[in-house]
Design a protein around this ligand. Structure first.
Ligand code: SAH
Length: 246
């Protein structure tokens, strides 16, 4: 299979156009959770986080790590068990509750005074805090800043029209020199409407390049039957390391 067009950037620009206008509403995300339509969830956790854990931690312990658009990602439990403090944000209360119940973690819930209608679910041990609200309602004055970010199924789930806003918010939430691991996906965007959306490398540079050093760490084949059913014939995951420098 020839992915050279993608690798060289030839697929970019015009071909992304077909996804540019697409909007997935919060209501649609809630429905996906209600219907159990959550093929994005990885029961076993993500191999790239396992592989690049040292890059995320960079020899440090007791970090504050942020999971944007967290779903019920099991990696939150991994990191908490290693002694880090995990904060996630997720629009679906069902997802948040499933996270705690599937890991048999007792939790308490409380309103977030700054955000109308938002709730914060916190493990009784105190090291996992999941905000149930839209990420756009958060700011560093509410949740503080982070030493590390695991962004998988997050930027690629954000509506294309909201990407700049999302990137600016993320940059405002990370401490300088912290490690932001970003996983994007690459496939022919003319064959699948997303999410996940195809975010080309050129756009990563536009979104983050002003403030961050960007390094592509790995591209891995992640093609599966699910992607074949979408009509695709290749599907890659691309891992970047972003370091906020400015
Ligand atoms: N990162 C998770 C989930 C990926 S799917 C994983 O790797 O499994 C994207 C998730 O974002 C969904 O669970 C959806 O409910 C949530 N979401 C969508 N828009 C959101 C928003 N504006 N704020 C917070 N969560 C949102």
């Amino acid at each position: 299979m020839d992915h050279s067009a993608d690798a060289s950037g030839l697929l970019e620009a015009s071909d992304v156009g077909s996804q540019k206008e697409r909007v997935v509403t919060e209501e649609e995300w809630l429905q996906k959770w209600e219907m159990g339509n959550i093929g994005f969830h990885k029961e076993e956790g993500h191999p790239l986080l396992q592989k690049y854990l040292d890059v995320l931690l960079n020899g440090r312990s007791g970090l504050r790590i942020f999971f944007p658009l967290c779903g019920k990602a099991v990696e939150m439990k991994w990191l908490a068990d290693m002694g880090h403090s995990v904060v996630g944000v997720e629009i679906s209360e069902q997802a948040v509750k499933e996270f705690f119940s599937e890991h048999s973690l007792p939790y308490c819930e409380e309103p977030v005074p700054e955000i109308s209608g938002a709730k914060m679910f916190q493990s009784t041990s105190g090291n996992i805090s999941l905000y149930c609200c839209s990420i756009y309602d958060l700011s560093s004055s509410i949740i503080g800043k982070f030493d590390g970010v695991w962004d998988r199924g997050a930027l690629v789930a954000v509506n294309p029209c909201d990407r700049q806003r999302y990137a600016s918010l993320m940059i405002s939430l990370v401490e300088k020199n912290s490690s932001y691991l970003l996983v994007t996906v690459s496939y022919d965007p003319n064959k699948h409407k997303g999410p996940p959306f195809y975010v080309p490398e050129s756009e990563i540079k536009t979104l983050f390049g002003n403030c961050c050093e960007i390094r592509c760490l790995e591209k891995v084949d992640d093609f599966s039957e699910r992607h074949r059913q979408w009509g695709l014939d290749y599907f890659l995951e691309v891992l970047y390391l972003l370091k906020v420098v400015a």
